[in-house]
Design a protein. Structure first.
Ligand SMILES: NC(=O)c1ccc[n+]([C@@H]2O[C@H](COP(=O)([O-])OP(=O)(O)OC[C@H]3O[C@@H](n4cnc5c(N)ncnc54)[C@H](OP(=O)(O)O)[C@@H]3O)[C@@H](O)[C@H]2O)c1
Length: 290
């Protein structure tokens, strides 16, 4: 089932991690409707190949979310209005690794990189900031005592879940700040359910990882299917701070709005995470608040 996407001629979209999987499918759907699409990717060979394959007004530009210098450079060299910023990129690492700025890699890439990018580009964004999360947020917790897994034994799934919960709390607090600043921009979030992409889920336990890989082969939907919630959160008639996902058991099927639960609804946690993220990145919300 395809989604109706109105004409996007004249609109500019940035998709992080747009050279593969859900990001590429999202980019292709918007480019097919006339949008100018910037694939913000760390590997330019793959980015250019994806841009050529997608066609239309699609280009590839370098962005490594694991480096604040790269994020700053991307923002510095991005001119003009941006209709939609789609924070799609994400990674899961099986062992404790760090970004060039010394952040735990998943937290640095999935949350802090997008936090920095959004705030640096916010004064150019005209319509929406869309962030791709995951249902893993439900079993996750933001541990402010040990955000970077320095004291606890590293758990790949726990670290990933924390970043996907952070994506939702970021969206919530961003929307609160935008509304307070009187901005018409919306912050929305989505999750793809289960999609067969290059994304590798690594729990660190071999048997479980093999089972997950088998499940992906048998049960997951296509990247195009996984992109539908992102597209709904981008061009659909949805409210700020909303969460879009697949309507069939939250795993596949047409996109629909979904209720958030638990810690993802906690405004105090959202505000605290924002403040900590500002401290860690030294990048602040740029719009004036009355
Ligand atoms: N597939 C699923 O079932 C599923 C479920 C829940 C949530 N998600 C979320 O969906 C989003 C897209 O994932 P996907 O499934 O489409 O997997 P994917 O094909 O692996 O795409 C992830 C993208 O993120 C990019 N990326 C990773 N680290 C980066 C960095 N440091 N800087 C810039 N880009 C970086 C990757 O680029 P490289 O090619 O350079 O590594 C890749 O293009 C992710 O946020 C993921 O958490 C996916």
């Amino acid at each position: 089932m395809t989604m109706h996407i109105p004409d996007q001629t004249g609109r500019t979209v940035i998709v992080t991690g747009g050279s593969s999987g859900i990001g590429k499918a999202t980019a292709a759907a918007l480019a097919a409707k006339g949008a100018r699409v910037i694939l913000a990717v760390r590997d330019q060979t793959r980015g250019r190949a994806a841009a050529a394959e997608i066609g239309g007004l699609t280009e590839s530009r370098p962005l490594d979310l694991g480096s604040l210098a790269s994020v700053r450079e991307f923002a510095r060299t991005t001119d003009g209005p941006i209709d939609y910023l789609i924070n799609n990129a994400g990674s899961m690492t099986d062992t404790l690794r760090h970004t060039t700025d010394g952040f735990e890699s998943q937290f640095g890439v999935n949350h802090l990189g997008h936090f920095a990018l959004t705030n640096l580009l916010l004064s150019q964004i005209t319509r929406r900031v869309i962030t791709v999360s995951s249902t893993n947020y439900r079993s996750a917790h933001i541990d402010f005592e040990d955000l970077q897994w320095q004291r606890r034994p590293y758990r790949p799934f726990g670290a990933y879940g924390q970043t996907k919960l952070a994506n939702l709390l970021f969206t919530r607090e961003l929307q609160r700040r935008l509304s307070r600043a009187g901005s018409p921009i919306l912050a929305t979030a989505a999750h793809p359910g289960w999609a067969a992409t290059g994304f590798t889920m690594t729990t660190g336990r071999r048997i479980l990882d093999h089972t997950l890989a088998l499940g992906t082969r048998l049960l997951a939907q296509s990247p195009e299917g996984g992109a539908r919630p992102t597209l709904l959160a981008t061009i659909g008639d949805v409210p700020g701070a909303s969460f879009s996902g697949p309507s069939r058991f939250g795993v596949r099927g047409p996109a629909a709005l979904e209720e958030l639960s638990g810690e993802a609804l906690n405004d105090d946690t959202a505000q605290k995470l924002w403040e900590v993220s500002e401290l860690l990145t030294q990048i602040k919300f740029p719009l004036p608040t009355s």
